[in-house]
Design a protein around this ligand. Structure first.
Ligand SMILES: NC(=O)c1ccc[n+]([C@@H]2O[C@H](COP(=O)([O-])OP(=O)(O)OC[C@H]3O[C@@H](n4cnc5c(N)ncnc54)[C@H](O)[C@@H]3O)[C@@H](O)[C@H]2O)c1
Length: 438
């Protein structure tokens, strides 16, 4: 039976390599659409949890996992042998940077090397990990063709970027439009047919994997550049005694040509702080320097230090220094309403505070424990007494389910780097509005 027919009647078996923030939601949507899905991961805890019907990604309803596992639509394994039974193989492994900001495509290479012995004719392989243009055709294609298989004839290969936004209540894997770029027209056609079964957001075809890889980077670079622009404006607003939050509220009334980005202690997560540097690295091969990306990285990387300066200025109001102060950090995840700590600017801020000999504690309703300067900290219980005993409350993540009014009633001082307090309280000093209440 042809691959397209198996896709259309949902008898195609799906293998998803990498069951993280991207792979697991995709596995769930594929299972819910009627496909049988095998997730392959190296993390034994994730495999065990899933096979017991337990969920570990907050955006996914627990009952979805329980039901898919109970009905044998979803299972997890560390065995790549399962690849031989799959008709569609989707790679969702990490793409971090090394300490010199060089791309680490090692996870993609490992995944394809492990799958290679089990790759056979009539399979569709899709890469979803964010990466530099050329990865699909330079890293994956030659490895599969080395088995004597011809792309577009014996097997199909495409890139389709993942656009999930963890914590976003409106847009999820099933309703975000998918972009697909296959190596040949038939590769695109098969990838399109699959995503049409699992998304209501529509599928947009591009002419090659490279275009799809580049468009994903354009999305993320657009974000990092605009966040750095608004962070620079926030720092200027601090000096000029203008409220950046009010400025943004006014600017966003324009119905065209502007979209709001908000200042904060820096960018975090597995995407925005990392992906743009995949392009900077690749651009060097073409004697090209990506100045916007470098500048945006530079400004955002400095934000944690700027926040520390402002915390010091705020404590100074009470004739105190960071050294020896009890500082209660609110929110340690990289953004609101999620539990992801990767590249979290709140951790960077906490580590800088420790270097300056502050006594720190944190509260985060989503994160029970976190490594800060190689020591494990646990989220404390947020009580009026604890807040009263803190010299300053520092808001680094604006989770929605926190009682900011209670914090404000009991805090001596607040420094709010996210506008979680929304100009409501007098004892609050804010990023981008510091002088207003001074
Ligand atoms: N997290 C996001 O919001 C997001 C959004 C869009 C795109 N992306 C991109 O998607 C990709 C995956 O990101 P993520 O956040 O899901 O990462 P993650 O760390 O949450 O999950 C990756 C999973 O891959 C597994 N893994 C690593 N190497 C493996 C291998 N060789 N074989 C099998 N499994 C392996 C890990 O154990 C982990 O469970 C990255 O390229 C990222 O840039 C992430």
């Amino acid at each position: 039976m042809s691959l397209i027919k198996k896709i259309n009647d949902k008898t195609a078996n799906i293998a998803i390599i990498g069951l993280g923030y991207v792979g697991l939601p995709l596995a769930v949507e594929s299972g819910k659409a009627g496909f049988t899905v095998t997730g392959i991961d190296l993390n034994e805890e994730k495999i065990k949890a899933l096979n017991q019907g337990e969920n570990y990604i907050p955006d996914i309803p627990d009952e979805d996992i329980a039901q898919l596992v109970a009905t044998e639509k979803l299972k997890a394994t560390n065995s790549f042998e399962e690849i031989s039974k799959a008709d569609i193989i989707i790679i969702c492994v990490p793409t971090p940077l090394d300490k010199n900001k060089q791309p680490m495509t090692k996870y993609i290479e490992d995944a394809i090397e492990s799958a290679l012995p089990y790759i056979r004719k009539e399979q569709l392989i899709i890469l979803e990990s964010t990466t530099y243009p050329g990865t699909t055709e330079e890293i994956i294609l030659p490895r599969i063709e080395s088995k004597g298989l011809k792309v577009g004839k014996d097997f199909y290969l495409a890139f389709s970027p993942e656009r999930i936004d963890p914590g976003n209540p409106s847009f999820k894997t099933f309703n975000i439009p998918k972009v697909v770029g296959g190596v040949t027209k038939d590769c695109t056609k098969n990838a399109r047919a699959f995503y049409e079964q699992i998304t209501t957001g529509g599928v947009f075809e591009v002419s090659s994997p490279r275009v799809a890889e580049m468009e994903k980077l354009l999305e993320n670079i657009f974000r990092i550049v605009n966040i750095s622009l608004v962070n620079e404006m926030a720092m200027l607003c601090d000096r000029m005694n203008i409220n950046i939050w009010e400025v943004i509220s006014a600017a966003k009334t324009k119905p065209f040509g502007y979209m709001p980005f908000y200042p904060g202690p820096g960018t975090g997560g597995h995407c925005i702080p990392l992906d743009p540097f995949y392009l900077s690295w690749k651009a060097k091969e073409f004697d090209f320097s990506t100045r916007f990306i470098e500048l945006a990285g530079e400004i955002n990387d400095k934000m944690p230090e700027y926040i520390i300066d402002k915390v010091a200025d705020t404590l100074n109001k009470d004739k105190k220094s960071i050294n020896g102060s009890r500082i209660l950090i609110i929110g340690i995840a990289y953004k609101k309403d999620i539990n992801d700590l990767r590249e979290s600017p709140a951790i960077k801020v906490a580590e800088l505070l420790l270097k300056k000999r502050a006594e720190i504690m944190y509260y985060d309703p989503y994160v029970t424990n976190a490594m800060i300067s190689a020591r494990e900290y646990y989220s404390i219980e947020l009580t009026p007494d604890l807040i009263k005993k803190s010299d300053i409350v520092l808001i680094t993540t604006n989770h929605s389910n926190i009682d900011y009014e209670m914090i404000s009633r009991n805090a001596k001082l607040i420094y709010d780097s996210r506008n979680a307090t929304n100009d409501k309280f007098d004892n609050t000093f804010k990023l981008g509005n510091w002088n207003i209440t001074a």
